[in-house]
Design a protein around this ligand. Structure first.
Ligand code: TYM
Length: 344
């Protein structure tokens, strides 16, 4: 391992797939925290386009969504001067490392992954890429010797698999990888769908009306989605683990995260009020939180040059770490080093 951990800042790696539309769950469960903690750490935030194509994507749409996610990272407060923002396919080390890690990962570990089981169950034909998805994710993380991986609850299992892969490789070939920790938020790790609070809000369903609030939704759409949010037949507005109250709890968690008020204060604030008032207030809090994000997003999307520069710089910074690391990995497994050739 070529990092002397004690002397350096904590390294953070995380990513978002440019498939579907980013929603408030992605923001509260992941991106907002990345932005809040970035100044204390060394950060790599990736747009994982290679993961996205594990299920078919229209190429034109994929290009647009990839830029969208990059613009939203910046609009949500990730500072490209501090944090490295880059596109996964711009750094070839991710694919190279994945092949090597494939060779130390038993297939049995992959077929057990919850996300694979769920996604493969609804597809007629399952690509090898879909099965291999978590190994690519392990490469993302391990190439940067990341100490921490801030994610929502649904990604915890993949980070745990990354730990298993790192430990197995280290045992076989000697200490090579930092074994990373998944970092989940205390609140907001699993924002639920507004149209069905028994399920998590999901990017692939964000276009279904009423399912999610997308980060780029206009105020009227947000009011409409929250107004229609499924709650329960009761009247009590309180935080609760009771599955019956999952809808109300979801709205309260969103309110809590966006206002930073204590749970006690929030319950006191809503005491005696009805669900209609709760929904109105939650909608307004969301609209206010998204307003500056949407303004910045619009300006970034209308000026492609700024985003192109951020992504080019990010790819160079990411390659400077991942390039030497993949050389170290290749040397570990016994690949012969290529002799430098004049003129090449
Ligand atoms: P993705 O693109 O599905 O989601 C991006 C991030 O948002 C979180 N998230 C949520 N958090 C709270 N409530 C929700 N309803 C919700 N939905 C999504 C996710 O947990 C995630 O943190 N495989 C990853 C991308 C990835 C990655 C990585 C992540 C690829 N390589 C390396 C970390 C490290 C994914 O599909 O996330």
């Amino acid at each position: 391992m070529n990092r002397e951990k004690t002397k350096q800042k904590t390294r953070v790696f995380s990513g978002v797939q440019p498939s579907g539309d980013l929603h408030i769950g992605n923001y509260l469960g992941a991106i907002r925290r990345w932005a809040a903690e970035q100044y204390l750490k060394e950060n790599y935030f990736c747009i994982v386009d290679m993961h996205a194509i594990t299920v078919y994507q229209d190429p034109e749409v994929l290009r647009r969504k990839t830029r969208d996610v990059a613009a939203l990272y910046v609009a949500c407060g990730i500072d490209p001067a501090i944090s490295t923002i880059f596109i996964q396919s711009h750094v070839p080390a991710h694919a190279e490392c994945t092949w090597i890690l494939n060779c130390v990962t038993p297939v049995g570990w992959l077929v057990r992954m919850t996300q694979y089981k769920v996604k493969s169950a609804v597809q007629e034909s399952v690509s090898t890429g879909l099965l291999d998805y978590p190994v690519l994710q392990a490469s993302d993380i391990l190439l940067y010797d990341a100490d921490e991986v801030p994610v929502g609850e649904d990604q915890k299992q993949h980070v745990e698999l990354t730990r298993d892969i790192a430990q197995r490789f280290n045992r076989l070939y000697g200490e090579t990888f930092v074994v990373p920790e998944p970092r989940l938020p205390a609140s907001g790790a699993r924002i639920r769908a507004f149209n069905d609070p028994t399920r998590k809000m999901s990017k692939s369903e964000a276009q279904v009306r009423g399912h999610a609030v997308r980060l780029v939704d206009p105020p009227d759409e947000i009011r409409m989605v929250i107004k229609r949010a499924v709650t329960d037949t009761g009247r009590e507005i309180r935080f609760s683990d009771d599955p019956q109250k999952a809808g109300v709890n979801n709205l309260l968690e969103i309110y809590e995260l966006l206002t930073a008020e204590s749970r006690l204060d929030i319950e006191a604030h809503f005491a005696g009020k009805g669900y209609a008032e709760l929904k109105e207030e939650v909608a307004e809090v969301i609209i206010e939180a998204l307003r500056p994000i949407q303004e910045r997003y619009q300006s970034l999307i209308s000026d492609p040059a700024e985003l192109d520069d951020i992504l080019a710089d990010g790819a160079a910074r990411a390659s400077a770490v991942a390039g030497p690391k993949v050389q170290e990995i290749k040397a570990r497994v016994g690949f012969l080093q290529k002799k430098p050739c004049e003129g090449l």
